[in-house]
Design a protein around this ligand. Structure first.
Ligand SMILES: CC(C)(COP(=O)(O)OP(=O)(O)OC[C@H]1O[C@@H](n2cnc3c(N)ncnc32)[C@H](O)[C@@H]1OP(=O)(O)O)[C@@H](O)C(=O)NCCC(=O)NCCS
Length: 153
């Protein structure tokens, strides 16, 4: 296993289309369906970084910014912001795009925490995150601060 990995080695971009079965009676994408897609994208990101199976431990700061509607194209970006001992935090952002006009707007943002597991389903160590930019450093420090706050209960 590599000891250190950069964010680009695990970043995930996933695309979905909003069908009527994903929407409420007003044609708006259901929050639970969107979170399911975001969970999948962020799990792939975390597992790629860890090189292990990882389970969702926490959804933090989930904000639904504006609705997506039937027919919209949803783009989900999942990027690792922190790798600790066995846990990792992933920032996940979703946008909706209109097929014809191309107009794009943010729909949701959240931070997902995953814990890597060994073959006995026990927490297992993950590679450190190589921080390459000042922005990545800031995001890492914010994740560290959230983890510290959680540990204080
Ligand atoms: C997540 C889980 C594996 C943690 O197991 P645990 O024995 O409590 O783990 P530990 O107390 O040893 O902590 C291990 C790491 O997980 C982190 N962690 C545990 N619970 C957490 C939570 N609720 N939120 C954020 N991080 C958490 C700890 O901070 C620690 O991180 P670190 O090693 O990077 O410092 C366990 O609680 C679990 O299996 N939960 C259910 C997961 C699940 O079913 N998800 C949905 C399906 S994928």
């Amino acid at each position: 296993m590599k000891k250190t990995k950069s964010t680009t080695e695990s970043e995930v971009v996933m695309t979905e289309v909003v069908y009527p079965n994903d929407a409420n009676p007003m044609g708006m994408l259901q929050g639970g369906r969107l979170v399911q897609w975001m969970d999948t994208a962020s799990a792939v990101c975390a597992q790629t970084h860890a090189g292990r199976i990882a389970v969702t431990a926490l959804l933090d700061k989930v904000v639904f910014k504006s609705p997506a509607r039937v027919g919209d194209i949803i783009t989900i970006n999942a990027k690792l912001v922190a790798a600790f001992s066995t846990s990792m935090e992933v920032c996940v952002q979703a946008w909706a795009r209109k097929v014809i006009s191309g107009d794009k707007h943010p729909v949701c943002e959240a931070y997902f925490t995953f814990v890597a597991l060994d073959g006995n389903a026990k927490p297992a160590s993950v590679p450190k995150l190589k921080l390459k930019t000042a922005e990545e450093q800031v995001l890492f420090e914010q994740a560290e601060s959230r983890k510290l706050q959680r540990s204080k209960g």
